[in-house]
Design a protein around this ligand. Structure first.
Ligand SMILES: [Fe+2]
Ligand SMILES: [Fe+2]
Length: 250
């Protein structure tokens, strides 16, 4: 395995590790994003087992001891499995996550106390970069789920939203909704909760021009339209579940 490095937006680097054994023959990528600034931030830690690859990739961009923030979408091995490994190599680094995630997992799991982020709270990374934490409970999965929005580049670090298979280019302007629907059909990874459509539509209001997918390429283009199309799809699925339940009850 190797980790590819690409700068997908000004000062935002994507580290992409392709694992061909997951969902063959297409395979599957795990992506992390390093946002530069006076206080650099890593979004997703990567799996514990791929830490050496990601550590080496990050150290080609910044001295590791400069890393200040470690954030991620929700508590799961690929999102935060290597959190304590990063905390160990970056003595100034601190995990930052939503209140739910800190309460139920990080206050115990993280080797140093995390920073609790309220819904909508921002971290000023310096050098023009600012990230906003947005709570997205159960979307696409995880009670503690959230995303980060980097305001200067209008990049939505959208975690598992739009998950797709394959190992394409780092950046695409093509369709990211169809491949996400195909992956949802395969993995069934989303919690089809009644609020899911509304939660995704609210993200569309940010009008992102970059969607940084954890599993798939980064999308440059009309992020709001892609998010609304994804919301439509999940609303169809949720209402389909409701109709099926009504049919069973009848
Ligand atoms: Fe996940
Ligand atoms: Fe993930």
């Amino acid at each position: 395995m190797e980790t590819r490095i690409s700068e997908i937006a000004d000062g935002i680097y994507r580290f992409s590790t392709f694992v061909p054994d997951i969902a063959p023959p297409a395979g599957f990528t795990f992506n992390q994003f390093l946002v530069l600034g006076d206080e650099p931030l890593m979004f997703h830690t990567g799996l514990r087992k791929t830490f050496p690859l990601n550590r080496d990739a990050a150290s080609r961009i910044i001295p590791l001891e400069r890393l200040r923030w470690i954030a991620f979408g929700h508590f799961e091995a690929d999102e935060c499995g290597a959190m304590n490994e990063w905390l160990a190599v970056a003595p100034q680094a601190q995990a930052a996550h939503g209140q739910t995630g800190c309460l139920v997992s990080l206050n115990d799991f993280a080797d140093r106390p995390p920073r609790e982020l309220r819904d909508g709270e921002t971290i000023d990374l310096g050098d023009g970069k600012r990230v906003r934490f947005i709570d997205t409970p159960h979307t696409p999965h995880g009670w503690d789920a959230g995303v980060l929005y980097e305001e200067s580049t209008r990049t939505l670090l959208c975690g598992d939203l739009f998950t797709q298979l394959g190992n394409g280019a780092a950046l695409t302007e093509g369709d990211v909704v169809g491949p996400a629907i195909a992956a949802e059909d395969l993995f069934k990874y989303s919690s089809l909760s009644p609020n899911m459509g509304t939660t995704i539509r609210d993200l569309a209001k940010l009008s992102p021009r970059m969607l940084a997918l954890m599993h798939g390429p980064s999308f440059a283009g009309d992020g709001a339209a892609a998010l609304r199309a994804l919301a439509d799809e999940y609303e169809r699925r949720v209402s389909g579940c409701r109709l099926a339940d009504k049919g069973k009850a009848a």
